[in-house]
Design a binder for this molecule. Structure first.
Ligand code: PLP
Length: 381
């Protein structure tokens, strides 16, 4: 029997297996570097924690179950998972990316271009024809964030799959913003899914983690080889923390999303707010596509105020809301993308994408929504 998503968040696929040592209800932290062999050529199934560990295994199986993946590698953070994914590519290979990716991904790709001879083209992947125009004989993959970070552009994943099939490309999706609770990229055609587990999966702004989920045994074999070779594995303790976070993912997501919907509506009505970017607003250009491929709009909102001065003033005046980088946790955070998450993106690119000094990004938490709105109201004054 397959249990529902919410149940699998709590019990993983082991819903009926109650075989933890001493009847422990939560997965024990196997804080060990190595495992005793019963005899030559024999193994308990675990040999050395860089390769596998029971606590991390439970986490990886849980994330695979939630993402409908064949296998998942739990990495030290999201960037490590993206680095692992890049191991699939060789000098000369070309990758087409969503143009407003997380700034850290752009930094890593710039470096991979200089040091490893990969090439990257950034386009508005919401425009299928534009993506197709960029495909060359060297193109190996399409790399998507939807909604994108931070301007919330929505890409039609089914359309990207059609292109990937036509040209024999991998489709890779960073699903950090919506999580498998709201969007399942593998069901929509992705070959690989990436997460910063630091965000919604962990959910408490207290642990870094990353995931590379793969669709097939062949992809798993390659990814596992680099995983054990590079040594980017998540520790047993952090695996435990993320497992604990995932147990409440659906309830947190529901609350964060309903708070975000109310805040986006409220922001829209404020004189001091010039523009609101939230895929849950019907006037958002990606509203219909997001609705067709995801169960919700999530809890990330970007908005534009009058000018840089107004943006800085808002950041200084928030009290309950924290001016901090990151997203997805129970605490509401306000970020200044131009200086923080996208600080390393060249100025002309930020200008073109609209990541300017009047642009703010809000990760909505689970506090009382009226308290959040009151804080924003006084900060925008
Ligand atoms: C969409 C997205 N992907 C990947 C990352 C990188 O994750 P981490 O900070 O866990 O390395 C981030 C971090 O903010 C992100 O927002």
């Amino acid at each position: 029997m397959t249990y529902h998503f919410e149940t699998r968040c709590i019990h993983g696929d082991r819903c009926l297996d109650k075989d933890h040592p001493y009847g422990a209800v939560s997965t024990p932290i196997f804080q060990t570097a190595t495992f005793i062999h019963p005899g030559p050529g024999q193994s308990t199934g675990y040999d050395y924690t860089r390769v596998n560990n029971p606590t991390r295994d439970e986490l990886e199986k849980t994330v695979s179950s939630l993402e409908h993946a064949y296998d998942t590698m739990a990495c030290t953070n999201g960037m490590a998972a993206i680095g692992l994914c890049l191991e699939f590519f060789f000098p000369g290979d070309h990758i087409i990316c969503t143009e407003d990716l997380y700034g850290g991904s752009v930094r890593m790709f710039d470096n991979a271009k200089k040091q490893r001879g990969l090439s990257f083209t950034y386009v508005d992947t919401a425009d299928e024809a534009l993506v197709e125009q960029q495909i060359t004989e060297h193109t190996k993959a399409i790399y998507i964030e939807t909604p994108s970070n931070p301007t919330m552009r929505v890409t039609d994943l089914r359309a990207m799959r059609r292109l990937a099939d036509r040209y024999g490309l991998y489709l890779i999706v960073d699903n950090t913003f919506l999580t498998p609770y709201l969007q399942k990229p593998i069901d929509l055609g992705a070959d690989m899914v990436i997460h910063s587990g630091t965000k919604y999966l962990g959910g408490h702004n207290d642990t870094l983690a990353g995931f590379l989920c793969v669709k097939t045994p062949e992809l798993s074999e390659t990814a596992r080889f680099y995983f054990k070779t590079n040594g980017c594995c998540l520790s047993p303790f952090d695996s435990f923390l993320i497992l604990r976070g995932i147990k409440t993912l659906p309830v947190r997501m529901d609350r964060q999303q309903s708070n975000a919907q109310k805040i986006a509506q409220w922001l829209k009505e404020q004189e001091k707010v010039e523009q609101v970017y939230y895929t849950g607003l019907p006037e958002h250009p990606g509203y219909e596509i997001n609705k067709a491929q995801a169960r919700g709009a999530g809890a990330m909102i970007s908005f534009r105020v009058k000018d840089a001065q107004a943006a800085k003033c808002t950041l200084e005046k928030v009290q309950l809301i924290s001016f901090a980088e990151s997203l997805g946790g129970v605490e509401t955070l306000l970020t200044y993308p131009t200086m923080q998450t996208h600080g390393d993106v060249p100025a002309e690119v930020k200008e073109r994408l609209g990541i300017t000094d009047d642009f703010l990004r809000l990760s909505v938490g689970i506090e009382d929504v009226d308290d959040l709105i009151a804080d924003l109201a006084q900060a925008l004054e």
